[in-house]
Design a binder for this molecule. Structure first.
Ligand code: SAM
Length: 321
């Protein structure tokens, strides 16, 4: 087991199955151009071999499939089927939900039990303005269909001062009515937002979000698991919500996340562009691959921020949000 001086180890793996995405969200894609196909990505066998090695060497037991938009990855169905043969305790997927309804059958026959659905607004016009694509009704019916089939769903929202701050309460109501936890992610200064006026204009911190919610609900702080990214709150008799407070209350001290990009690079921290290659290990004899991976994971662990997220020019969809 590789552990750093702060007692941190890798336990949670996020796999960006493709950098391609059918959306071009304003805070993720600067020029509004959708990337519908990405080059030089690992094959399904390559991804599965990488995950297997990471389970063996790093002790990964939780995996989240992300992207880009994972549900449009050509190898999605085969990948999730293959995951069923690996020793993972928990498998989840993060999606924009546009194809969720169509993929539920596949998901139900896979080890995935938890779905995080990214949804920034319930206003159809604002939806098109922010995602620059997609259809709100399709996403909402995908959410209800997933709940009907018994999936545990959380909704992720990125509140933006000039984009959807008025949607915090409507989205919270929508989630509470379905016993779904809403997670508000503080905007991160990543990619084109790094050190940009746009970031400073649109960033909304936890205190302000809590003030908005306090206009309608009474709540108190609730427990969260040790390596959770979210600060959780309980609204008595109604449910929970969470804030992923990257800036207001950083969680680097207990971060257990490791990221595998679709082109086969390992990132030890969302807030560092430094990576370790993994693709070359996939064709080596297993013992040699394990040995080399051990060294690279030790280097990747050194890239974790000591205390707080400081931002990076890497783009979320390439390294997996
Ligand atoms: N396409 C999938 C989706 O929409 O959930 C998975 C990839 S997306 C990059 C994962 C999450 O990252 C989404 O919830 C998105 O809102 C969030 N995200 C992207 N850029 C962000 C930023 N600069 N700050 C905070 N969250 C961001």
């Amino acid at each position: 087991m590789i552990v750093d001086a702060r007692g941190r180890r890798f336990r949670n793996l996020r796999v960006s199955l493709t950098a391609a995405c059918n959306y071009a969200c304003t805070y993720c894609v600067p020029n509004g151009r959708k990337l519908m196909a990405a080059r030089n990505e690992l094959t399904v066998e390559g991804f599965l071999q990488a995950v297997k090695l990471l389970i063996d060497v790093a002790g990964i037991d939780k995996l989240r499939i992300t992207g880009g938009e994972p549900l449009i990855a050509p190898g999605f169905d085969d990948f999730v089927r293959g995951l069923g043969r690996l020793a993972l305790e928990d498998v989840a997927v993060t999606t924009n939900g546009q194809f969720l309804g169509k993929k539920l059958e596949v998901l139900q026959h896979s080890p995935i039990s938890r779905i995080n659905l990214s949804l920034d607004t319930l206003n159809p016009l604002a939806f098109r303005r922010l995602a620059r694509s997609g259809d709100l009704e399709t996403v909402l019916s995908g959410l209800d269909a997933a709940l009907d089939r018994g999936f545990k769903v959380k909704v992720n929202m990125v509140p933006l001062r000039t984009g959807n701050l008025d949607q915090v309460l409507p989205l919270l109501d929508h989630c509470l009515a379905r016993n779904v936890e809403l997670r508000m992610i503080e905007l991160m200064n990543m990619g084109h937002l790094k050190s940009s006026p746009e970031f400073h204009r649109d960033y909304v911190g936890m205190d302000e979000l809590l003030e908005v919610i306090a206009k309608q609900y009474e709540f108190e702080r609730a427990d969260a698991p040790y390596d959770s990214t979210a600060v959780r709150f309980a609204i008595e008799g109604k449910g929970h919500f969470g804030i992923i407070a990257n800036h207001s209350e950083p969680f680097c001290a207990s971060c257990t996340r490791l990221r595998l990009s679709s082109d086969g690079h390992l990132y030890g921290c969302l807030s560092s562009a430094k990576y370790q290659p993994m693709r070359d290990l996939l064709s080596l004899p297993i013992e040699i691959a394990r040995e080399k991976l051990q060294d690279r994971l030790a280097l990747a662990l050194q890239n974790k921020q000591p205390v707080a997220f400081s931002g990076e020019t890497t783009v979320m969809k390439f390294i997996g949000g």
